[in-house]
Design a protein around this ligand. Structure first.
Ligand code: BGC
Length: 751
């Protein structure tokens, strides 16, 4: 009997242990935790608080730098930061991208002081916004922005691109990337729309996970790997008025169904750091939100890396939001909410206030120890304790032709053909072109914000050997066949009349419209319509009777309803990066068959934006879903047919297997993305009319067929009910792939 109860006790204990074990311990390594224990036991409170302090490079470099100047470190200020204030992290670029050599000098100077002249020799962790490539290093491989990468629907490309970014960032001596943006792009006015992987929570989660894997690999301490930073946790991308850093109202259920899953998946993939949303949700500035930062992120998701604030956002609790009565109270609120590192970034006020708070007993040392443990963990895991210096041998492959090739394939697969009247594209060689419009002859307009400078608008820093759209056309069509005239600027007439005249002697007009580069608050707009002059110019050009092929370079879907019918072909160029123009030229002449599909719904009207996963009442009675082009839309030069959809529910295994045949029925080889949409027909809260739950991109030769497989698991069927609890409700579900549908009944699949 005693034996039985002992056995019973052991079984129960094992079960309890398994239950209590956190979801994942990806970032906990016993040996590292011991090293952290040893370091923490030696650290003074000042040294600990220093680790939690992040300043910008401008604080420790010579002032008044101009474009083209080398960045010069101010040794005395650097010493003050690291030796006097024990600063644990530095960020940013010093206003302009630096050369590889300059970066090496900067990082070496920083680490020399940190690892030679401080008591505990803790290296500084340097962080950079490598948003679409190592965009703050001159000459780097600059990729399509994320909303374009998402249009590729190609997981491998996203991962490879991130791996190149990590390589070039590490070649520069920097181990920490402030990317991926895991915000969900559901407000097209928002000037950071292009930094997202689009409007869909599932797409963003899958691609974010790939990005994290590309940056961190299976071991972030490898020479060519580093740490990712998921941002901006959470709900930043849906401001009520569309402007950057303005309030959002997001009920917890929507937060959990739409905005949190991408973060959750990337945390599970092992992402080492998270940056906080600069604005407020439901009246609470996220930098002071204990529920979101500690209860959900650190406890529910079991995030073991560290949380960094965004730029000045702790002092903003006092200066801007007025939820704190004093600057010191702002620091207390943020640290107690769960922020581990403050991107201060211009001074040492955070350090002084936090020291006072700890000394006055208002912030417990246990919270400081937790924050510092997390920061040191990331420092160990990224390998900077072993080697804090730039690995100069990595320079060998920096911006290599091999990386440019990956970049080109990303742009090839991103560019999205939206209209192709009478199959006017692809074009035959030998025709004559007028190339015109404000985005025809600049590299900055194809790269957007976060390119060599914050706003991406310093054309002089772009590599001259890369092609603008005009240059790519001159190469592809032959110089003698291309006439160029600017026509209009973004919002003003330059030589519209004269340009229209020139169209008369050509066969086609390649009209390049869109937006000037921008990011964050300077990119705010009050009207989603494309600028009037650009629309008028397009209409006037169409009146010449020459076919107009419209190419859009823009960071968000500007409304072009007024000109769509007049255009013979429309190509969404997004912000396709440094190879983008070559890709578009290849698509125009048929050397590349387009395969990009929209990562967002392109609106027809400037108001009433509706995403593809709208609710039933949004297409009920007199309501109609009438986008210009829906999420997932994109044409090819060939045709595909779906057949034989097979759905097998296995309730015991908790999964649904789906298979479908896809055939290339046209005459060209082409790539196609099979997308699986799920509809939960009845729910205790209203369910979206469809939701993406799987996508696979394949390539098919003409007249060939292939079977695509998907596996849906419990998580794919779940949503948050009236009590904000994650549930699967038994009932009918419809599975749709390529227009084929099958209804299945789910009785007993459990989460
Ligand atoms: C942006 C972040 C960025 C940080 C550092 C902030 O203004 O919101 O996305 O990582 O600056 O440059």
């Amino acid at each position: 009997m005693r034996k039985i109860s002992l056995l019973f006790f052991i079984i129960i204990s094992v079960l309890v242990f398994i239950q209590a074990k956190p979801q994942q311990d990806l970032n906990i390594k016993e040996d590292i935790e011991l090293k952290i224990d040893a370091l923490l036991s030696k650290m003074t409170i000042e040294e600990k608080i220093g680790q939690m302090t992040q300043i910008t490079l401008e604080v420790v470099s010579a002032p008044d730098r101009k474009s083209g100047d080398k960045l010069v470190i101010d040794e005395e200020k650097l010493r003050e930061a690291i030796v006097k204030y024990n600063v644990g992290s530095i960020l940013n670029t010093g206003n302009f991208a630096n050369s590889l050599d300059n970066w090496h000098e900067i990082i070496t100077a920083i680490q020399d002081i940190a690892t030679k002249d401080t008591r505990l020799k803790i290296p500084v962790i340097y962080g950079i916004d490598a948003i679409h490539g190592a965009n703050y290093t001159l000459g780097a491989t600059i990729f399509p922005q994320s909303f374009a990468l998402a249009a590729t629907r190609n997981k491998e490309i996203v991962k490879k691109g991130a791996a190149v970014t990590a390589y070039e960032m590490k070649a520069s001596g920097i181990p920490w990337d402030f990317n991926p943006v895991m915000d969900i792009g559901r407000e097209p006015l928002w000037p950071r729309f292009f930094e997202t992987f689009g409007e869909d929570p599932y797409l963003a989660a899958i691609l974010g996970e790939q990005y994290v894997k590309g940056i961190q690999g299976d071991d972030p301490s490898k020479p060519e790997k580093g740490a990712a930073c998921l941002k901006h946790y959470v709900g930043y991308s849906a401001p009520n008025n569309g402007k950057d850093r303005t309030p959002a109202w997001i009920p917890e259920r929507v937060l959990r169904d739409v905005f949190l899953p991408s973060f959750e998946r990337a945390v599970k993939a092992g992402a080492l750091t998270v940056m906080v949303n600069s604005s407020e949700i439901n009246g609470i500035p996220v930098h002071s939100d204990y529920h979101l930062l500690t209860e959900i992120l650190k406890e529910e998701m079991n995030f073991q890396g560290f949380v960094v604030s965004d730029w000045r956002d702790i002092i903003n609790l006092y200066e801007r939001d007025r939820v704190a009565e004093t600057p010191e109270e702002a620091v207390r609120m943020a640290v107690m909410a769960g922020i581990d590192m403050s991107m201060v970034p211009f001074n040492y006020t955070f350090y002084d206030h936090l020291l006072n708070l700890v000394n006055g007993g208002k912030v417990p040392v246990s919270r400081i120890d937790d924050a510092v443990r997390r920061i040191l963990r990331v420092k160990f895991l990224t390998g900077i304790f072993e080697n804090p210096y730039p690995i100069k041998s990595l320079a060998a492959n920096f911006a290599s032709p091999e990386f440019a090739k990956i970049n080109k394939s990303a742009a090839d697969e991103a560019i999205t053909l939206l209209k192709n009247d009478n199959n006017i594209l692809p074009l035959k060689k030998g025709a004559k072109f007028l190339v015109t419009g404000p985005t025809a002859n600049k590299l900055s307009v194809m790269n957007g914000g976060w390119s060599f400078v914050w706003q991406g608008d310093d054309e002089s820093l772009y590599p001259a050997e890369k092609n603008t759209m005009l240059e790519a056309m001159q190469i592809a069509a032959g110089n003698e066949n291309v006439v160029y005239s600017e026509g209009v600027d973004f919002s003003t007439d330059i030589n519209m009349k004269e340009t229209i005249e020139k169209a008369k002697d050509t066969d086609y007009i390649l009209l390049c419209l869109g937006e000037k580069p921008y990011c964050e608050t300077p990119g705010n707009i009050g009207d989603l319509n494309l600028d009037r002059i650009q629309l008028d110019f397009a209409n006037e050009l169409a009146k010449t009777g020459k076919p107009v092929i419209l190419v859009l370079f823009e960071g968000r879907p500007r409304v072009i309803n007024q000109i769509v019918d007049d255009m013979s072909a429309i190509i969404m160029g997004y912000l396709p990066g440094l190879e983008g123009a070559n890709s578009i030229a290849d698509i125009l002449f048929g050397d590349v068959n387009p395969s990009g599909i929209l990562s967002f719904t392109y609106p027809k009207f400037p108001a009433g934006y509706t995403t593809y996963d709208y609710k039933p009442m949004e297409e009920y009675d007199q309501n109609h879903f009438t986008p210009q082009w829906v999420f997932g839309y994109g044409l090819s030069y060939t045709t595909f047919e779906y057949s034989d959809l097979k759905v097998a529910v296995d309730e015991n295994a908790g999964k649904i297997d789906v298979a479908v045949k896809v055939k290339n029925t046209g005459k060209r080889k082409g790539k196609v993305t099979a997308e699986l949409f799920l509809t939960d027909l009845v729910g205790s809260v209203s369910r979206p009319v469809r939701q993406l739950k799987g996508f696979e991109k394949i390539e098919l030769e003409p007249e060939t067929e292939s079977t695509v497989h998907f596996v849906l698991t419990a998580g794919d069927l779940a949503f948050h009910n009236r009590e904000n609890k994650k549930v699967i409700e038994p009932g009918d579900f419809v599975i749709n792939v390529g227009g084929l549908e099958e209804k299945v009944r789910i009785e007993n699949i459990k989460l």
